[in-house]
Design a binder for this molecule. Structure first.
Ligand code: 5AD
Ligand code: SF4
Length: 442
């Protein structure tokens, strides 16, 4: 691969939005180093997987992919594993998949150009694994934006929370924030490029600390919302412990901030929350929900829940169900607890059998489906603004998202073609548990 003029890479991404955005930066970096992205493994010289290890199932996916494509090593293709599985498994990956030549965790992406030089020189064991204590963020002018409408901006990397089940502090390293000046400069640059929607990213955006000491997270939100040309600002993920009332106040004050907050609760039982080392009680969580419910704008709420954490009793699981009723979320991402390497929860007793975890997950999803079905009905008759994302030709419907991040499918009067990436006013005519239906108003 060394001295080819046309170096081609293929990159597949697994996992969360942080990973999706990391990949945008990795792609930009590779392009600036003279590589070209290709859509298939077959066409590539360098095959990269940006991996997720949040649950065992996610982790296994990359090993399946590596096994599937091992046959291509004979053709001289070079394989690299990036992201959370790379950081977690480290050099063990070279043993498990000997055709892999590069293993690099997200805290080491700054060193990618040097690592590529080593790969091109024929080095078959290149690693970037020792940077989790770094104070630096991966900032690059070369980000290649793959989502044409939503511009991601990292504001904080890593996590210092060490929840008992979570691998992220081990895979993404310690918390480090970018300066507000740098975040705002990127937001302005994105507005100049024509983006109208920005999503601020971090494992825990609420513990954002401006290294220059100029702005709190809420002030940064307001400032991004005031960048000329920006119409929608989202942020994810929040941690209830660090979630301040000032965020609700700023959502009320700045119209461009979307009326949606994703606030992972994980469990409705204070005993389980304590065992998870979440640093808040059920009541403290509900207090934050009460702040949002008393906001002037209606704020849509979504959450993450883990069922079957070690020792979770039936009564404690039912507390989670009753929390669903109390909050009335518009969306819930629910997961069966998956034991993860290095995490404190590995030492807990009373594992819940998989069948029981599956049962609890089904019960929870059914309960939540009913809530969403009921809640989405309230939109019927309202006029909502959708950012237009595309068209489903077979159904002759356009689709987009509301400010509350709900999927909205809509029909358009004859002779009108909405602009993709633009905004449409839509009257809501129907609702489902996971989407809304409407008619564009002109
Ligand atoms: N098992 C199951 N779910 C997990 N999550 C994080 N770690 C685990 C785990 N070990 C879930 C949490 C988190 C979301 C991103 O993934 O709900 O908020
Ligand atoms: Fe994202 Fe966490 Fe998965 Fe890493 S482990 S990709 S941080 S969800």
């Amino acid at each position: 691969m060394s001295d080819r003029a046309d170096k081609k890479f293929y990159l597949e991404t697994f996992g969360c939005q942080m990973n999706v955005h990391d990949s945008e930066k990795v792609i930009g970096t590779l392009i600036s180093e003279g590589y070209r992205q290709v859509p298939t493994v077959e066409e590539a010289d360098l095959v990269l997987y940006n991996t997720c290890s949040i649950r065992d199932k996610a982790e296994q996916k990359v090993f399946h992919r590596l096994a599937d494509y091992k046959k291509f090593q004979k053709q001289g293709k070079v394989f690299g594993v990036l992201g959370c599985v790379a950081q977690q498994e480290g050099e063990k990956i070279f043993e498990r998949a000997p055709h892999v030549s590069m293993v690099c965790g997200s805290a080491s992406y700054r060193n990618l150009p040097q690592m590529l030089v080593q790969i091109e020189a024929g080095n078959r064991h290149v690693t970037g694994l020792d940077d989790r204590q770094t104070d630096e963020c991966f900032e690059t002018e070369f980000t290649s934006r793959t989502n044409p409408h939503r511009g991601y901006i990292t504001i904080i990397e890593g996590c210092d929370k060490f929840c008992a089940y979570c691998v992220v502090p081990f895979t993404r390293g310690k918390e480090r924030s970018r300066t507000s000046d740098s975040v705002l400069a990127e937001a302005r640059q994105m507005a100049d490029l024509g983006y109208t929607e920005i999503q601020l990213l971090g494992q825990n955006v609420n513990s954002y600390k401006d290294p220059a000491g100029k702005m709190s997270f809420a002030e940064l939100l307001a400032a991004v919302g005031q960048v000329a040309g920006i119409r929608r600002v989202r942020f994810t993920t929040s941690h209830p412990r660090d979630f301040g009332k000032d965020i609700v106040e700023v959502i009320d004050a700045v119209q461009t901030l979307c009326d949606h907050v994703h606030l992972p609760v994980q469990s409705g039982s204070t005993r389980v929350l304590d065992a998870m080392q979440r640093l808040y009680t059920r009541d403290q969580y509900l207090e934050r929900i009460a702040w949002m419910k008393s906001a002037k704008r209606e704020i849509s709420l979504t959450t993450d829940i883990i069922v079957g954490f070690p020792g979770e009793t039936e009564a404690e699981f039912e507390e989670t169900l009753s929390l669903l009723d109390a909050v009335e979320y518009d969306g819930v991402f629910s997961f069966k607890y998956s034991p993860r390497p290095n995490t404190p929860a590995l030492n807990l007793e009373d594992a819940i059998p998989d069948g029981e975890k599956a049962r609890r997950l089904t019960v929870l999803m059914e309960r939540q489906r009913d809530i969403q079905k009921r809640r989405n009905q309230r939109h019927i008759g309202q006029c909502l603004e959708a950012m237009v994302e595309g068209k489903n030709e077979t159904r002759a419907q356009w689709n987009g998202r509301t400010s509350q991040n709900k999927v909205l499918n809509f029909v358009v009067p004859d002779g009108i073609t909405p602009t993709i990436g633009g905004y449409a006013s839509v009257e809501i005519t129907g609702s489902f548990p996971n989407s809304l239906l409407g008619q564009m108003m002109v």
